[in-house]
Design a protein around this ligand. Structure first.
Ligand code: NAD
Ligand code: GLY
Length: 369
């Protein structure tokens, strides 16, 4: 019996349910596009780095099904995840006579995926879209679950919509061209699933980090599949983040402050999350929720993944004050109170506030110029 070409994780969201296909060489596998709604036109939204690498085989596949296959290459980078770049997608759709059946295909990392998803949510009040994530971070996190949006100068991902794709296609082969710094950034979002939900997965990551860094296909397949399973399990219970889904933001409250404070793009999102997880774990320890050994173990794993574990100084005069100011803008904040995702024993998380004095202690202990 031949080996299956890909594995599938399903996300159960009633009429918005969909499949996440995971395998190598899927970009040019025609069967990946079976069963999508009929349309005349499709717009592939990518960027100037990814389009030259991967748009051609995808265009060839799609031309067998759609009479008009358009491709748009956006400028590359988190710094372009904004209103002006989003508008380039609407320009392309309108200039090419696209209609409300036009299929959008996001080919790229989380920046392309989040912006394309938001464009799909809002163009003609909603058109179908498919995610084709090409970074590890996008395959294990951003392409799944329907969070879409753009940054505002005053805050990360502040403008957006919940809008689910019709399908997610993770081609593991695309990870071979990923810069090493981006691979590490993706590993941050993989690592987060251990402390919040699955201690066995954390054990597996400790045993297999070298294989992941070497881009071993089987190791990557396992990491992407298990991450997607955990994310699908969480999102199926709380699609619009009324409660449980917030645990997926472990490390993100501190991380978003780092990203915004340093200027978008200076630290990669995954790097900021990696360092943010160290800070959130230390805060958990100071609140008596987890012991020092577990925090040290998590810190070591983050370090082995090639991620920073020491935070940047955002303001020489009052660094902790600057972090606190930025963190108050977090979407989880409630009436000005910052709410942190904390580790509540290995592989369990909770969301709660903490005294500013305690948060200041953590920031002082974790940052250096
Ligand atoms: P990214 O999209 O900027 O991609 C990283 C870099 O890798 C870019 O330069 C890109 O052009 C390049 N690249 C992409 N695929 C490549 C490939 N196969 N080979 C070579 N280069 C490639 O960054 P990212 O880390 O994928 O995503 C980060 C974004 O995702 C952030 O904006 C973050 O807010 C968002 N995010 C969203 C969610 C969500 O639930 N929607 C979750 C996590 C993160
Ligand atoms: N990445 C966090 C979430 O999807 O909720």
């Amino acid at each position: 019996m031949s080996m299956p070409l890909f594995q599938t994780v399903s996300i159960d969201l009633a009429e918005r349910s969909y499949d996440i296909h995971i395998g190598s060489g899927l970009l040019s596998l025609d069967a990946m596009f079976d069963g999508l709604p009929r349309a005349t036109s499709v717009l592939i939204v990518s960027n100037e780095t990814v389009a030259p690498l991967y748009a051609a085989p995808l265009q060839a596949s799609l031309r067998k099904r759609y009479s008009k296959v358009l491709t748009l290459a956006l400028p590359d980078g988190e710094v372009h995840k904004n209103w002006q770049t989003l508008n380039l997608i609407f320009d392309a759709l309108l200039q090419n006579g696209c209609d409300r059946k036009t299929l959008l295909v996001a080919l790229g990392g989380g920046v392309v995926g989040d912006m394309t998803g938001f464009a799909a949510a809002s163009f003609m009040r909603g058109v179908p879209f498919v995610q084709l994530p090409t970074t590890l971070l996008a395959q294990v996190d951003s392409s799944v679950g329907g969070k879409t949006g753009i940054n505002h100068p005053l805050g990360k991902n502040m403008v957006g919509a919940f809008y689910q794709p019709l399908r997610v296609i993770c081609d593991l082969a695309s990870l071979q061209t990923l810069p090493v710094r981006e691979l590490s950034a993706g590993l941050a979002e993989v690592i987060k699933y251990g402390p919040i939900a699955d201690l066995q997965f954390m054990d597996w990551l400790e045993q297999n980090m070298d294989r992941l860094l070497a881009r071993d296909a089987d190791a990557l397949a396992h990491a992407v599949r298990r991450s997607c399973e955990i994310k699908a399990w969480v999102v199926a219970q709380d699609e619009r983040e009324g409660g449980l889904r917030a645990i997926l933001n472990f490390g993100h409250t501190f991380g978003h402050a780092i990203e915004a404070g340093m200027g978008y793009g200076a630290w990669l999102h995954g790097e900021a999350v990696g360092c943010g997880m160290v800070m959130a774990a230390q805060l958990s320890q100071r609140l008596g929720l987890v012991d020092a050994d577990f925090v040290a173990r998590l810190r070591a794993l983050i370090l082995r993944a090639g991620l920073p574990v020491v935070g940047p100084v955002l303001n020489a005069a009052d660094n902790a004050g600057r972090y606190l100011e930025l963190m108050r803008l977090d979407k989880k904040s409630d009436a000005g109170e910052i709410r942190f995702v904390l580790i509540d024993g290995p592989s369990r998380a909770r969301v709660q506030g903490a005294a500013d004095s305690l948060v200041r202690e953590v920031i002082d202990a974790c940052c250096q110029a």
